[in-house]
Design a protein around this ligand. Sequence first.
Ligand code: FAD
Length: 444
Amino acid sequence: MDPSFAFAAPNPLGVLRKMLLRRASSADQPPYDSPGMNRPKVVIVGGGFGGLTCANELDGCSVDVLLLDSNNYHLFTPLLYQVATALLNPSDIAYPLRSRFRRSRNVRFRQARVEEMDFAAKTVRTENGDAIGYDWLVLATGSTNNYFGNQKLADAAIGMKTLPEALRLRNHVLACLEQASKTSSDADRRRWLTFVVVGGGPTGVEYAGALGELLRIVVGRDYPDLRPEVARIVLLEARDRLLPEFAERLSRYARRALRRRGVEVRTQTLMEDITDRGVRVTGGEEVETATIVWSAGVRAEDATVSVEVTRSPSKRVIVDEQFRIKDCPGAFAIGDLASVRWTRSELPMLSPPAMQAGRYVARLILGESPPRFATSTRGPSLPLAATLPSAGRTTPVHRLHRLGCLAPCAHLLPDRVSQPTCRPDVVGMELLASRSTDPNRRAR
Ligand SMILES: Cc1cc2nc3c(=O)[nH]c(=O)nc-3n(C[C@H](O)[C@H](O)[C@H](O)COP(=O)(O)OP(=O)(O)OC[C@H]3O[C@@H](n4cnc5c(N)ncnc54)[C@H](O)[C@@H]3O)c2cc1C
């Protein structure tokens, strides 16, 4: 089918129509690949921020959408560190994709890992060999840990990109506390209670701060045999300041806040080697530890590994300003996977640009001619700001707004929010909030 299809122009009653369609039962919706369907077929690979936003935008429109993801949930990564420090449960940040589209007439979800693309034949192949055809393809597979080919590092460190990794980290930290309380050797106890976090970007800063908070709460209280002053968190950053992508005042703020939580911040310090009992850092010092948390590098997820697409040095797929993959008709890449030239660099790997691109591409698929893509960096605060009140928390939303891109580190604020008591409707709230700051949104 030719993707240059004629679509119904958006009409002012679109929102109402969508709401009515969503209310209808999907029981009579034919499966995505049933014969005889003549609407354009859209395959979205990845139900993260970009892919889910795109599917949401296409929900209720005259296209048949199949959303594929290797997991059956959307993960709200900004709060992953809370799961990794046992302050939230996994179900608080993982939203089931099937429930989201249960009532949709045109969007279907299938749990499947995509392993191969054939851009010429317009098919994607899943791990169990299914070939799924499309007229339009949106690749939104995000990013993964980058250990720069160092297998020793990959084996020794724990990343924080996925829910299983966050759970592994949480269990590991709790096991370290148990081991520390059991051992009779002071050196071993110090080692069990030393946590090295590599990478002073947002993830490392968030995690180190939350871990400091966790240790403050449990060491000495739940573990009366352990003295709080023995616990040590060392945050290593290769550059000369924390959060190097953000304004300097925010770096200074984060450093002060972490110090207050007892985190030892070491800038211009590299983890140079992994030793038998810990890590060796710049200057030759050996830090004895049983825990290395890796947050020092990500690279694009390689769903298109078998295909010759052009990639940037960070392995992101190079696309044009409309997110089209060169020489692959009908195929887009968005979010962390895509490399779009932006000012003097690339669009940042953050959720707002991913969501904004998802919405933008949906408009292109629907035959609209949106103006040139624009992004707003105010967004990162909004998903979180929207989530917190619904979780019964108390951090004032305006403070999160003021922090802008640093809002994810809101737990470092002095009036730190208390633990949520109910499950936040993260997906609904985040999408609602993100729409209002999206410069590409359709005028309604
Ligand atoms: C710990 C952490 C904290 C973060 N905090 C913030 C923050 O506070 N603010 C902010 O703006 N950004 C934050 N980010 C970055 C943000 O999460 C990403 O920029 C955003 O998720 C990118 O969206 P995406 O749609 O490209 O990918 P993702 O949201 O990562 O979604 C990718 C999806 O693709 C699926 N997938 C991958 N490969 C395949 C395959 N082969 N087949 C099928 N499915 C596949 C995955 O399961 C996943 O669901 C954080 C990231 C991390 C890891």
